[in-house]
Design a protein around this ligand. Sequence first.
Ligand code: ADP
Length: 853
Amino acid sequence: MNRNRRTLSLTLIATFVLMALLVVYTTRLMYTSSSSYLLELGNDKAAAITADLENYLDTAKSVLWVTADTVDHMLANGATDAEIVEYITRESANTGAQFDDTYTGIYGVIKGNYVDGVGWTPPPGYDPTARDWYQTAIAARGEPVIASPYVDAQTGKVIISVVKSLSDKHSVLGLDLTLSGIQETVQNISLDGNGYGFLVNYDGFVIAHHNPDESGKKYNEEPDKTELFNKVIGIDKGNFNMEIDGKKCTVFVNEVLDQWHLVIVIESTALLGDTTSVLVVSVLISMLVFGLISLFYVFAHNHERKITRRMDDLKELEHKKDYEAKLLKLEKAAADSANKAKSDFLADMSHEIRTPINAVLGMNEMILRESKEEQTLEYASNIKSAGNTLLSIINDILDFSKIEDGKMSLVKVEFDVAEWVSGLVNSIQERARAKGLELKIDVDETVPSKLYGDDVRLTQVVVNLLTNAVKYTEKGSVTLRIRNTEINGDDVSLRFDVIDTGIGIKNQDMDKLFMTFERIEEKRNRNIEGTGLGLSIVNKLLTMMDSKLDVSSRYGVGSSFSFSVVLKIVDAEPIGNYEERRKQLILHSQTVEEHLYAPKARVLIVDDNDMNLKVATNFMKLFGIKADTCSSGKETLDVLKSNKYDIIFLDHMMPVLDGIETLKLAKDKDLIKDTVVIALTANAVVGAKEQYLNSGFSGYLSKPIVVKDIEKTLKKYLPEDLIEEAPLDTDASKTTSSLTIDKAREAGLNTDAGVEYSCGEEDLYLDLLSDYAKDCEEKCKELDSYLDKEDMKNYSILIHSLKSSSRIIGADVVSALAKDLEDASKKNDMDFVQINHDNFLESYKALAAKLLG
Ligand code: ADP
């Protein structure tokens, strides 16, 4: 800003100086041209005067010449004085017209006598030969000359005499001329109306003057004029400046007839009159121009300043924007890093927390198995339920942080829609049943049977919605509806609706629905487990799938959560009736041709629960495998000393030595080399896999075991040469028992629970039932013997196992009796055991008889 102002000032000063120079230069130019013009004017006047004078004098000279010639001739012819005078008189009269009124005629000295053409008689004593004119003529020797001018005493006019000597060299003729014409000319001298002129001879005699009073004065004798006169004489031709009568004047000089000087005097101010006005005008114009230029500059400067300011503003704005953008970036980076830190923290925490929780749950499992204290058992069962809830919360948080962190990506695979829906149903069925809710599955018959997408994440979304529906519904139903809304080439758009008849959501609470950790109506729902994360995760997962959740709800009536996803079609064949398709699937899965067949594979199954062992070994039969079993870690280590296996399925939660410890010891003792060890666990949480892999397992299967998963694992880990083509007539899974579901139901069993435990596989269930019935006699004997020996430790272990087995097959009554005995035996309550032992045996045997009958 300051620099601009300085530039402006410098520019204005420079302009001012230039303008001033221009004015001075113009004025000077003007002055010079004007003075040279005046000089020219003066010269012209002088020339004109000279010409006039010369003309005048020439006339006089020629008159004189002719007269003198005639008189010479007359004298030579002896003419008398009277004749000569007469002649002169006549001649004077004749020539008078050629001169002005003051013409005095011809006069002279002839032979010593004064003669006069106009009859003038000289005063007495007048000696013409003493006169200046006479002597000048004699000195000029016959040449006509002008004698010194003088002032006529009568007229007061300046008179010059033109004289010429005659041939006798003593006689002289002359004529006088008044310089009235010259006077007039000089009087009229002015330069453009200014100044005056005069004519002066070398003697300082003023021949003519603008002011007639000055004529005849001798300037070489006038004190105030000598300086002027000397300068005039000194210069001859040209001009000079000098102060005359106290005024600055310019004097122009020009020589006339080599005898006189024409002088023009003009006051400098007058001379500069024009120049001054030019100066004034040009100064005014310059000032005006300067003013305009200044204005222009100031205007331009202001304009520039405005522009600069605007540009500065813009720059500032740009800077500001830049700054804001940078700030925003920084803030975003800070927020991102804070978010990342938060996600990392959540991920780390949930991961870290999960390990101790698993330990707690594991220990708790021991308490549940080993404690005899009723109160302790109740506490432990509470710990189990709270622990599981905690685990699911932690899993949610881990999922959430993974999504937040962008670490979660969709893994698309081919999947069978009916199988997939069936999985969904399995995962929610029990909870719905426990709450007495009807679970309705309504799948559009036109949905293509095989699709391509991330089935795991899709499951997570739907299960979350179904779980919420069950959680927030007290009575009525929960419906899962899947509609085929559009098929577009290879893509199908599926719309999912999860509809419940639950508590509903108030309109004003709708906004809070997707907020992280936000729960609605906390007071009312305080008894319902939840973190407020579920729907956030659902929403984020749906966003990843280019979808979003729609919610409609009526408070107190129910809610509907819907979304649409586009999936690729792998098999466009319509799924048809879902229920039938599901049944077919189950049937299909049980046909031997579908299963892998590896009769030579050596498989060991380790689980402390007999029933689990049975389930697993029965599954193995489907693949033609006769599996060995162990029910403890210790036993496993013993078996491994003398046996080699291709695969070991090792349960994690076992008393004394758990799966992880058993594996570690087996490795330390070098009991397993090429054997693949798969963890069997009820711990199905996210991250469990890593935990097992880190502990040396090759993989893990979560309980309850699913045939498909076992088959996948076998396919993956068994050496190829062990896998054979299955004989077509092999039907290893088929039970030989005459048992039927109806029969079991009639025997009072909860067959639904039993079939469910067998992964919906009825045959397997019937197989289990048959084993259960067949084992009855042997187990009863065993129990009897423990009681006889009062071996309560083994009695309690056996009765615990019978309790679990009974529960698994749906023999709730027998299981309850066994539980009481187990509790009593754990407490060493012999009385109770003695009284109730038989009762239990009777019930067990009666049931077995019914089943086998
Ligand atoms: P939460 O873990 O609390 O279930 P969600 O994110 O899954 O968390 O759900 C957020 C809130 O939305 C719940 O606390 C509940 O108040 C409400 N909500 C979710 N689903 C339903 C439903 N089907 N019926 C009524 N309210 C629901």
